[in-house]
Design a protein around this ligand. Structure first.
Ligand SMILES: Nc1ncnc2c1ncn2[C@@H]1O[C@H](COP(=O)(O)OP(=O)(O)OP(=O)(O)O)[C@@H](O)[C@H]1O
Length: 562
């Protein structure tokens, strides 16, 4: 499906920042001009077409009461118009659903685009549940805004007004009665809907508590038996299902009361108007007098006008929750993004600068200071191991070097360029980063190594596998490099070797290793260290290690803040 929220340049990157919800919607409307025009025509068409059948029916009744024959063409026209009313309404619904899906797609694409460009601090602050609810629940409310909210509301308001206009020409007295009655009906409908919604929310909460009670009981069954808490658990469950039952009762009550009230109201209005039209009083007849055909048409319109009034209440509800959803999505869009700074302006003048340089770096997570005025130089081809007690800031140094965080003070240079100004596209040629554990990506063994980078050739993949000693293992698999990866395909040590292959395949100038042997037994550790030696040849390597066996080259001890 085409994503209409932004255009992509030739490199496939977005050339426009993800916008706020309004921008995304407006871009979708502009991209889907025909669809938008189709919706407008269908909405207006459905309103106009729905007015015609009662008018034709009125004419038919008048012709019959006048003792004349009804032409066959008129009868055909009547049924044709009824069919057309149904068709235009279903076209309107289908186009609205399609449009809602386009909006959903555009919004989710924009949200993902925003998500991947957030600063690491902001990504860390996101709670997974909240994040998922932005992508799923809040986007759904915006979709509902179009499918069941704003456009349906517009259509319903148009329908009410057009019916009132038509009735005005047929029977002025009835229009006045309806104008007095409709606001009362609307307030009554809203009140019923609000009460039903409250009861439904209470029911959902009670059902949630009752469903959670069963696994909780199962989980703690031994403790319950030991402490003789069976009765207590039983009573608590009874209380939850009792609350759910009461809430359901209230929903059923409002549901049961609403329809009869509307039907009775409908009948009362029709009866009053019919009685008044049957009086002999000339003044009353000037307002309520009508032919039998008009009476049939009017009765038809009265029942038609009640449905949109009822829908208006639900549409207001949908619009209110969509506004809350839009507000939450906009808050997400306003979060700070990673800055891409001008590389040329910040390049160091000194062409003999070290390969890696931390220059008077001070950094902390919010209030918590981790590094203060830290200086470190690593020359090209040098191998350095960072060591120090836990919490000293070793991993933080790696994260700063990767440009995930920016120091509060000082600068970090890689080949004389500040890491924060590094181009994203060139990063993989520059850094290879191996973590403590392997993060599997969906796909084949080859995908684990290339990370879907099409510029990495099969030959490079094989060389990386050979270098890490994994070549034979991979080739012995039934589909070799094309084997789909599952967690049980390799042992922990083999995953770690694959992790090294992933880092080494793009032949980076700097290899960064974060305690990669931490979770391995002594034998596997030796295997991984041998692979590392091969991969580290002629490369600058910065590693973190707690074990002497894994230390390489110059040791830099971090004292950390006590
Ligand atoms: N994302 C974060 N938000 C807040 N504080 C953090 C974050 N990451 C690390 N810290 C804190 O920063 C300090 C340094 O952490 P870091 O992981 O760099 O230490 P380390 O030397 O690598 O420790 P270890 O050897 O145990 O892995 C710790 O006190 C840690 O609690």
């Amino acid at each position: 499906m085409k994503n209409p929220s932004y255009k992509k340049d030739q490199t496939g990157r977005q050339n426009r920042k993800p916008g706020r919800v309004r921008t995304v919607i407006w871009n979708t409307v502009k991209c889907q001009k025909w669809l938008s025009a189709g919706i407008l025509c269908a909405v207006v068409g459905a309103v106009v077409v729905a007015l015609l059948p009662p008018l034709i029916l009125g004419k038919i009744v008048d012709t019959i009461t006048a003792g004349r024959m009804v032409p066959f063409a008129i009868i055909l026209l009547y049924f044709g118009m009824l069919a057309l009313t149904g068709i235009t309404e279903s076209i309107r619904e289908s186009l609205l659903t399609l449009f809602g899906q386009k909006i959903t797609h555009a919004l989710r694409s924009s949200l993902m685009e925003k998500f991947v460009s957030l600063t690491t601090e902001n990504i860390n602050r996101q709670e997974p549940g909240m994040l998922v609810s932005r992508f799923v629940g809040d986007v759904d409310t915006v979709e509902n805004l179009f499918t069941f909210g704003i456009i349906s509301m517009f259509a319903d308001v148009c329908k009410i007004i057009s019916i009132l206009v038509v009735i005005w020409y047929q029977n002025r007295g009835l229009t006045l009665v309806l104008l007095m009655l409709l606001p009362i009906l609307f307030v009554f409908t809203r009140q019923v809907q609000k009460n039903m919604l409250t009861a439904q929310i209470e029911n959902r909460k009670a059902v949630g508590r009752a469903s959670g009670h069963v696994p909780e009981t199962l989980h703690n069954i031994r403790t319950i038996h030991c402490l003789a808490k069976e009765r207590y658990m039983e009573e608590r469950y009874d209380q939850y299902i009792g609350e759910s039952y009461q809430a359901m009762e209230r929903t059923n009550f409002y549901d049961a009361v609403y329809s009869p009230v509307i039907l009775i109201l409908n009948a009362v209005v029709v009866a009053i108007v019919m009685l008044l039209s049957a009086t002999g009083n000339a003044k009353v007849l000037s307002l309520f007098g009508m032919s039998a055909g008009t009476a049939v048409a009017v009765m038809n319109y009265i029942s038609q006008i009640f449905t949109p009034v009822e829908s208006l209440g639900m549409e207001i509800q949908t619009i209110q929750s969509a506004i809350a959803g839009i507000h939450r999505i906009n808050e997400f869009f306003e979060l700070e993004e990673k800055k891409i700074r001008n590389l040329q302006e910040e390049q160091k003048d000194d062409i003999h600068s070290p390969f890696v340089e931390f220059e008077d770096v001070t950094f902390g997570y919010d209030e918590h200071m981790v590094l203060e005025h830290m200086n470190l130089k690593v020359e090209q081809g040098e191998q350095v191991t960072l060591s120090g007690r836990t919490g000293a800031g070793k991993s933080t140094i790696m994260k700063l070097l990767l440009g995930l965080y920016e120091p509060q003070q000082g600068q970090i240079f890689l080949q004389g360029i500040p890491v924060s100004a590094m181009r994203e596209t060139g990063k993989r040629k520059l850094y290879g980063y191996v973590e403590q554990s392997f993060h599997i990506v969906p796909g084949t063994v080859r995908d684990q190594i290339t990370l879907y980078d099409k510029t990495i050739t099969d030959r490079q993949v094989q060389v990386a596998a050979e270098l890490t000693g994994l070549k034979d293992t991979i080739e012995s698999l039934e589909h070799g490099y094309d084997t789909e990866c599952t967690p049980e395909l390799f042992s922990q040590g083999q995953w770690q070797l694959l992790s090294i292959a992933r880092a080494a395949v793009s032949e980076p100038k700097l290899l960064m290793l974060d305690e990669i042997t931490a979770n391995l037994d002594a034998e596997t550790e030796q295997e991984v260290l041998q692979a590392l030696k091969r991969v580290s040849e002629n490369r600058t390597v910065i590693s973190i290690s707690h074990r002497n066996s894994a230390e390489m080259g110059r040791i830099v001890r971090l004292l950390g803040k006590i």
